[in-house]
Design a protein around this ligand. Structure first.
Ligand code: GLN
Length: 392
């Protein structure tokens, strides 16, 4: 008999932990969990180490160290055209995942409706459950020109009970980067239904083929009803630091802080000092990392296509969401779970079964997600192994 509270029972163990454990068991190349197998810039690591030595070892302020909030404000103004007040509009959180939980817990009441695009990053669904809110889903599907959603589905998901919509662009796992037209449609519906937008922008700096990121907060009328959430992890290849932030007008920030103070209270000070150093002084890392991912993305996309996967080249983020039916049929397998269970053991490569990212898992059963945020060597090794195991 499970002792786990009912609100978490439907979610089991997160697919990221499950697949990394399976990868380790079979010594497989881990293209499952999205973390780089290299570190971010030394200057951040040195600043954090120095801060520990200098005695920044007691609680940081609950909203975050002022020097980091000021660095985030500069970053947000420079890259996202979104100036903000560090004192009243920024909260530093334990990664974007905590910002999302704090936004749901601090701003959504039980019984209110929340719109999620599926496939979704799995913590969204759990955060909705923690808040006792009711999720409504809009499905992102492949089209002739990348992934997209049907505007009619979106309109139908809104009601007078819609408190919030979670927007994630660039999108994990599909790589969709929302266009101005899509953002404007969401914005119009938010204004019409008095809905707030929770905008997860952690892949903000990782876009390809001329696609560019725009925050929904910069669409007219949205600044006052948007919580922009992002983090250091993806841009600076430091996912384990868990330094994130939420930017929102003062009334929404008050709700986020109300929850954040009782979830974690504050974020480790030395990591905040390292983060501030990176945001201000390691901006060339943005170019370096996006050049690298441009190459790993191209090489992995080509290899997967050759092997029989149907690949939709991602516009942003660092995942490839491929259709696998040709490959699976050859192997006598059916679903994403079958394939992702088979791959680590027989090919020595791990990937994510995306059905975990759908309300109705059947919608995700035809896809498999590969991460390309890895060293070129790692990608080459994964491709060699896949070729050996999947060659027809
Ligand atoms: N965001 C990462 C991914 O999508 C992993 C997050 C996690 O492991 N919790 O793979």
């Amino acid at each position: 008999m499970t002792q786990t509270a009912a609100r978490f029972v439907p979610f089991g163990t997160t697919i990221f932990a499950t697949m990394t454990a399976l990868a380790n068991k079979h010594k497989a190349v881990n293209l499952a969990q999205g973390f780089p197998d290299f570190d971010g810039p030394d200057l951040g690591k040195q600043a954090a180490q120095q801060a520990i030595i200098d005695g920044v070892n007691q609680y940081a302020p609950l909203a975050g160290l002022p020097m980091l909030r000021e660095a985030i404000a500069r970053w947000s103004a420079d890259y996202n055209n979104l100036p903000c007040d560090p004192a009243t509009e920024i909260t530093v959180t334990n990664g974007c995942t905590e910002a999302i939980a704090a936004a749901f817990l601090g701003l959504v009441n039980p019984g209110e409706e929340v719109i999620l695009f599926e496939p979704f990053y799995d913590s969204y669904r759990a955060a909705v459950a923690m808040a006792g809110a009711i999720p409504k889903f809009v499905t992102i599907k492949p089209s002739s020109n990348g992934f997209t959603f049907d505007p009619e589905d979106l309109k139908a998901a809104f009601s007078e009970k819609t408190r919030a919509i979670l927007v994630n662009t660039p999108h994990n796992p599909t790589g969709m980067v929302m266009t101005d037209e899509q953002l404007t449609l969401i914005a119009d519906l938010c204004k019409k239904h008095n809905t707030i937008a929770f905008s997860d922008e952690v892949y903000e700096r990782l876009t390809f083929d001329g696609h560019t990121h725009r925050s929904i907060a910069t669409i007219e009328g949205m600044r006052d009803r948007t919580v922009v959430m992002s983090s250091l992890g993806k841009t600076f290849s430091l996912t384990g630091w868990k330094v994130g932030w939420a930017i929102a007008p003062p009334e929404l920030t008050a709700g986020i802080r109300a929850a954040h103070q009782f979830l974690t209270f504050s974020v480790p000070g030395p990591m905040q000092i390292g983060a501030a150093a990176l945001l201000d002084n390691a901006r060339d890392e943005v170019d370096r990392v996006s050049k690298h991912y441009t190459s790993t993305r191209r090489i992995l996309c080509e290899a997967l296509s050759e092997l029989g996967f149907k690949v939709h080249a991602p516009e942003g983020a660092y995942f490839i969401m491929a259709e696998h039916h040709h490959v699976s049929e050859r192997l006598g397998l059916k679903t994403d779970i079958d394939l992702c269970t088979w791959l680590p053991e027989h090919a020595g490569v791990a990937a994510i079964p995306p059905s975990a990212f759908y309300d109705n898992p059947v919608h995700g059963a035809g896809f498999v997600r590969f991460a390309f945020c890895k060293k070129m060597n790692t990608i080459d090794q994964a491709i060699d192994r896949l070729r050996l195991a999947l060659r027809t």
